[in-house]
Design a protein around this ligand. Sequence first.
Ligand code: M6R
Length: 559
Amino acid sequence: MCGIVGYIGKNDALPVIINALKMLEYRGYDSAGVAVFDGKTIRIVKRKGKIRELEQELSSKALKGTVGIGHTRWATHGRPDDINAHPHRCGPIVLVHNGIVENYLELKEKLQRENGNSFCSETDTEVIACLISSKYRGNLVEAVLEAVKELKGSYALVVMSEKEPEKIVAYRKDSPLILGVGDGEYFVASDIPALLPYTNRVVALEDDECAVLKRDGYLLLKNGREFSKEPKVVHWSTAMADEAGYRHIMQKEIFEQPKAVADTLNAYYSAEGEFGLFEESFSQKLIEAERIRLVACGTSYYACMVSRYWFDRFSRLPVDVDIASEFRYRDLHIDKRDLCIFVSQSGETADTLAALRLCNSSGATTVGVCNVMESTIARESQAVVYTLAGPEIGVASTKAFTTQLAVLFLMAVYMGWIREHLSKDEVKSMCNPLVYIPGLMEEVLRLDGSLRDLARVYMKKEHFLYLGRYLNYPIALEGALKLKEISYIHAEGYAAGEMKHGPIALIDEQMPVVVVAPPDKVYEKIRSNIEEVKARSGIVIAFNPKFNTELEKICYHIF
Ligand code: M6R
């Protein structure tokens, strides 16, 4: 995923841009570039590879100036190389872009035919630069606003003109852009962490909003009209977004889970059985709901799958769980009495957002469960409950997942309470023990060393199976997703009862099978599944919270 940064102020732009781009490195990228106005011209330096390679290149160039933009690119149109890297230039226009312009080929041909433009890159971004350039008559804002009328697709644009170097113009359509308001300096970035070293006062742009950043302030435009929006304060800090002595950011985030879950639980539930999830007026809609729809992608989808069991049990309503990228292609009859819950760490996932918009336009009640304040899903949902995980910088979702589970559990019990299926005493007996969860998580984290040893034993394996039943079926899916994403080892998650319907054929003495086997209502069943694996000489690695001699006997490893 690409990252955008722009700066105008009193300081040297280059170190600010590089530093801010580094805060976005977690998003993954394959080239990076910067453009700085040096008092005469806008100078561009860009390189394939990592930011440190760009820095090496910059060390021999004195790129001095107080206005500039930067970008980390994840190749979509054209391979990752120096030429396709952003920023792109056409005439006086220099820009960086996130997103995809669907009609770029059509526009490219038109610009070639009508303006005689020639293009040096394979990107859609260079086409946007030339389109803006073709509209440019000395007013950058007007040229950008004219150009976007012809663009189809999603885009966040940050644009400079050599002829008006004292401003940066930003425009958002379906791709996030956040302004940072400093003290006599202004920033724009595709994500909040980039801004954290400089300011925590932010303004999130909405679709079709344009921002003009100058040295003495910023102005906002929509449909050609100026409007104002007060900056919001984000309670995140740079310290929350660095490695803090851990080997890498993901490890730090894994170890932050007990605190993140405790913060989240404390924010929305008190031992007296009181919830702080929703305004009273909004709760009425939950009372009137006739169906619950949970919609998300990836890990957030698995959190929804877990919570389905809780919503089934406590709300006693029909519950649907959908992958967001499939949701809008179903022939759904979304009703105004549907309660639709959208779960997203970033609050920016395009498919989840599209599903939310569909439900909003169908008159349903919508709730976002998001981690990023001021994110689009948070803003566009009728109510939002924030997971208080702090910034999740690692690509693999960890603490966001466990805090999502905390919020979804509380929401499910709350539904049971306001719909009068649970008494106050039942609510307390369900929720008060949650106070032990952070401590139990600490205990699990103490397995770190022995799990690392286990990982060394099996690191050369090419395939893993993850099995679970009931609540732990989606946990098995999530485990398999994590192994694929982080170790590049093929892993499949299965409902353990499904094994005999096919995947059992894969099990032999080479196959590690991770089984989540707590002493719950399906324990006997999952123990039988472990026996099936063992009968085929599979390597069973089981997780159980209590010492269990029975499992000790039949598993290779038990944690
Ligand atoms: O920000 P979101 O929660 O909407 O992201 C959805 C997925 O892309 C995300 O959960 C992804 O599956 C995880 N990063 C995997 O660890």
